[in-house]
Write a new protein. Sequence first.
Length: 767
Amino acid sequence: MRQTGLAAHAAALLAALLILGGCDEETHRDDPATDGGEIDAQSPCVDDLTFFEEAVMGGVLEPLCQRCHRAGGQAASTDFVLASSAEASALTTNFERVKAIAALERDGVSVLLLKPSGQISHEGGMVIDQPSAEHDALSEMIRRFKTPTVCVAGQAPGVEGPASKLKLLDPEATARKAALQLAGRLPTEAEIARAETDLAGLIAAYTHEEAFYEILKRGFNDVLLTDKYLGGNSATSLLDGEDYPGRFYYQALDEETAAGALAQQHANDSVARGPLELIAHVVREGRPFSEILTADYLLVNPFSAPVYGLDIAFDDPTDPTAWREARIPGLPHAGILTSPILLNRLPTTDTNRNRHRARMIWQFFLATDILKLAERPVSTDAQRQHNPTMNNPDCTICHIPLDPIAGAFMNWDHKGRYRPPEGGWHADMRPPGFSEAEPVPGEAWGASLPWLAARIAADERFATATIHLIFERLIGRAPLSAPSDPADPRFEAKMSAYREERGLIEGVTARFVEADLDLRAGIAAIIDSHLYRATGVEGATAAELAALEALGTAKLLSPEALEAKLIATLGYPWKRRGVDRSRLTHKWELLFFYGGIDSDQITRRAAAPDGLMANVATRMAYEMGCLVPPRDFARPAAQRRLFPLVEATYAPEDDNGFIVPSAEEAIRANIRHLHRHLLDEALTPGDPLEEISWALFLETWREGYAGVRDGSISDQLPYHCRYQRDFETDEALAEGAKLSHDPYYTVRAWGAVLSALLSDWRFLYRR
């Protein structure tokens, strides 16, 4: 049989794997019959899953078998159906399925060899020759199933491989990174000390802070996009007036009263944020994360409960953060799946028949991109065929997994209302269920979504999907996909990176499952990994560098994350007064210009800055460099965040142009403090980065102070940068508390240094 290009590649690969994998008994493997197949340390070890992926899946099954042996293929009704690579756990799933088939024998020979070689009945006929590279690959795999290869410590993938060349963040730097990312603040001195001995406990503590839940909700809104319905009546108008006659109750209240004003402020947004609050509630209570789907309740607060017609007593009826579990009589709740907000955000039509909803369920909660199941053009014959979604293999590959879940949404219409179809579900679609093999039982017909939610929660892919979601939030990108083009000169490097990351994600997922799906366990496992803590590479070869290229978490901070970092480091957001709109996060300011989303028309955050975003960042740095130094200098030195080691009177030179040593020493020490505080850089005296900042300060000061002395520059600060009013209250400060003059020009010189550091990529990016 003529070998394809991929098969030829597999043949060469197989030869290499057999050499490396221990088939030479003298140098690589002791007798497997007596020692279980353990490989000694004389050569690299190829584990069974890697061999299966490279030689069996890539060299035999994908090119020769999978077109028939897949969902929707001609062999879909057999016991041998391979999972698509679109499924996150496809490799391990297929490994187990092939292992089960390989165990079946006839006259002592595995049917995995007999059928494809045509030695016993096979409807697909003979697809591999004997002998051939494909036959050898299957034979070796069968032998490995019987005698698993055990790689000794030091030769497992990632231990002596490229990952061993990584430089990792130390506990203090990890604590700083995690504190900013999880809690939106810097670690305290006590927490830094704790990081050395109890980093895991410290990370866990961050995930119990209130700021963490806000960050969590923001992250899941990036996926669900339910914040589209914030503001006005956007959310309450989605509800049906017959089902919820009180949906606009707040409009009838007098807005001049405290109760009326609060209701009009919070009612709509409390309904809109119900799904996100449910997610936060499940995590807050330490419950299995699957409860976001299986919860037999919704979450309401004092302002959303009346919308749903629920009479619930709250300890504080004015508190919008007082969320409680509640049930709407007659509705079969299934967590966020039955939320009218999410159902409207996942729209459907009479022709779509919930398929969009089903596709998103597969993607969000089962780690499978349905559209990747059949990435090839549909033939014109398929378009002309009667009901191709039921009958044509080009279509059924997607519709077999898609349509049952679409049918499980049958009781919820395009407006998100509970409206069981009187005539039953569409007869020209597959029965509602989790799959063709698992239809919704008759007794669950009216509560099909709770039934579906339970099935999803019990599926191992739910745990994988959850880890993928938090992986992307913490690492800053989606997990790697397996490379598919062996002709790519970087194929091996990409495969090495993919394999390394896949193993890590599987380990994180296992820890998540062991913790009964507590999301905090998954977060802690990712932060504990070298993928999160990688900060550089040392001593790597060119090939190893290529394999490590995807590692690291440097990512442009979102507008919300950048504002949190400004508050954490400077003490202020980017605005002149507390009552002003935030320049970074308000939709009428610069939110969208800096890559933010509105969850409606703009749904993807900018991954890399463009010219406009660079200008926004520069403007932020200049304005904060003007606004913040006077505020900081007006405090006692012990309370200052930025300038605790200097005073506004510390000029670097006297009026004769001679350096003042004590002032220079203090200024340099404060420069090192700023680098540490803002950029997490521990500089030693004389560091080149210190010299750059010192030169900037000195030259700015010289030019400005000369202007003050000759009268060409005012000794007063620019009007909008003067510290004359309290930031929070906007009340005028007492005369002794104001800072309006800068006779030595030092405040403005420090502003130049601060602006430079705030515009540095190390401040604008998460590292």
